[in-house]
Every structure is written in structure tokens, then in C-alpha cells.
Design a protein. Sequence first.
Length: 419
Amino acid sequence: MKQSVEAIPVARSQRDGAQADPRLAWWREARFGMFIHWGLYALLAGRWKGESVPGIGEWIMHRARIPVAEYELLAAEFNPIRFDAAEWVSLAKRAGQKYIVITSKHHDGFCLFDSAVSDYDIIDATPFGRDPLRELADECARQEVRLGFYYSQTQDWHHPDGNGNDWDYDESQQDFGRYLETYVRPQVRELLTNYGPIGLIWFDTPKIISSAQSRELVDLVHELQPDCLVSGRVGNTMGDYASAGDNVIPDGRVDLDWETPATINDTWGFKADDHNWKPAGELIQKLVDIVSKGGNYLLNVGPTAEGVIPESSVERLLAVGDWMQVNGESVYGTVAGPLQGLDGCRCTAKDDLVFLHVFDWPSGGRLEVPWQAAPVHTAFLLADDKRTPLSVENRGVSVVISVPQRAPDPVDTVIVLKQ
Ligand code: FHN
């Protein structure tokens, strides 16, 4: 089934052949990235004044209507002494993730970087005295992982002219244009000037931003770093690639550059009592499902206030990495495969290879899939170093492959087909 392009808020540039844009080549090759939501909310970990606050952790200020003057005090306690950029980047690498996107400023307004236009940043307002984005930028350069910055361009519950805080501010008195001009643009300039080459800026929740304002942000990013990509959530159908909803996987193939941002449990920012961790096998199948439809998977971790990525996330990412170690060829740089809409099976493709991802292993030692293209000459298990050929019967409308009785990999066994 082919998903209509309208099902995803579409970056307009995608409508006119942008899929050939070489600026996205690394991003298309990557297919799998690490999202990091980290900020003062990690200190609260989902609780305010002894009460558990429902909803996603990074929204606690909004959910509990915490006054700016009280929330700000958290900064003095934020001292993530266990933060180790090398460890985070190497975890992403071991998981098979080729890019990292970290919250430079989320909706709570706290800046995880040293900003000249704000004192509400990690250098000026916390005892930590280090700039994590600087350390991550250096480490990503060293370990050859692309780095991107999430930046909340519209919602800012701390800034008097930012959008979204109706408990401290009278929104009718706010000047959003002034906020963009005197705060957002200078900060975007800092992010794109002080940290070396940046892979992408991940704007989010456009809400009230106008078309002209989105356009100006896109232009600013491209003026400062022409190769830096802009997420579709800059708003008003702009940006270099489209974004599906959070944790949303389209029903079928989408012929755009698009990405699904997703959580491992239910929150983005750390929440101590969110234990709803998806099993590693589910994460692998989601990754494959997304890639088989032409998208990227940006999978989130929410480190603690001490700077530690929760062990439950680490374990799962390492398990995904083990699978990628064996099967990465069927993911990196692939496109949506020719077989779509099959139950229990997904399909990716690259050059002259078609990868069948079998989630539900057939009984009886034979796998039959619809096939009307040029006959399949060779089939083998991607995990088989010897590439022992599996016998293949081309039936005109389908192909039948003789397979082991038991699934070699109960999560996803990849069969390579060559015509
Ligand atoms: O409001 C944010 C949310 O906190 C989180 O950052 C996600 C990630 O995609 N984006 C927004 C909701 O869509």
C-alpha cells in the first residue's frame, strides 16, 4: 500500500525532486540515529513537590504549571558529573546509529550550551562549568558520527516572548517576532558557528510561527552552513526532510525523505517511573519497518540528571547494535524494497540486491513471496558468511525459497535476493 504524501507533513522541497539533493546523501545512508532529550527536567524525573506528574518527562514544567522563578532554581542543582561524551557517542556507534541529535534548548527554555544571549544556560546558571555540546561536537568529530541540534524555535516557557507559557505570562502582551529576532536567530547562529560542522538542526512544534518566519530560519541555517539539514518541523511545510508524528510509522511506503522520532519507553526526557521499555526485538522490527518504507528512525534516550543513559536503554541499544553488526547491509543506504504490504515480512533494496526481512518465519521450510520481476537467480541468508545458496523456484507470479525449518533469527532473518 502506498501512503499518500499528505499523510506526513511534507517539506515542500520534497515535492520537486529534492530526493536527488546530495546534501541528504549522508542522512539517507545513515537510516538510524540517536535522539537525546536532556535538560533540567531530568532532575525532576517526573515528580513535582512529591507528586508524580503524568505525561512525558520534559513537559513537566508545563504539565505542573511550574512558575519560571521556581523552575529556574533547578539550574543551580544541575551538575551532571557522570556525563561522558565519549561514552554516549560510542554507545550510539555500538548501536549502529550514525547520527546524534541532542536538545540544545527544549520548550523549558534551558540552554544546554554556552549562549551569549542568555544567562539561562549550562555555563552561566549551573555549577557544572562545562559545555556538553562542545564535548559532544569534539567527540562526534573524533568518532565520525554526525551531530545535530534539536532547537525549540517556537515554544519557550521561560522567555517572556516565547510561546506556550500562559501561567507566567500574558500571551496577548508577547512579541513573538521580537523573540525570534533577538533570541532564536542569535542562538541558531551560535549553534552553527561555535561547534564546527553540524549535520542538522531539528526544529520542533512550529505552532504559531508564520511562513515567512520559518523561511527566514531555514535561510539562516543554510546561509551559515549550507550543508546543514533542517527538519520539517521548522513549520509551514519547509525544511529539508519531512517528519512523521512521534512514534508514528506510516502504513506504507512514502516516497519522500522522512523520519520517525521515537521513544524506547514512553517519555523523551528522563522519568524515573517510566518502565514501559519496548523489547529490543520490537525496536529492531520498527527500524526495519521504517527503513522498508523509505524512512529514518531517530530513537531517543533520556539521560539522568547525573548524565547517565539509563541501563534499560543501553541494553536495548546494544542488542539492536548486535543485530546491525550482522545485518546492517540490509539497512544502511537502502531504499524501500519492491515488495510492500506483506504480512510478517519487510523488504529493503540497494543496488542489485533485495533484502527480505522475515519477521514471521514460515513453517515447512519454504518461503513464498509474490515476485513478478526478473527471476531470482541467487538467494542466501545475510548472516551466513559463506553465502550458501538457498534453492529458489521462480513461479512467474511468486518465488519460493527453501529455508531452514527454524528461524535463524527469531526477530528478523534477512534473506538476500539477487536477480
Ligand atoms: O513537544 C515535543 C516533545 O517534548 C518531544 O521533543 C518530541 C520529539 O519529537 N517533539 C515534540 C512533540 O512532538
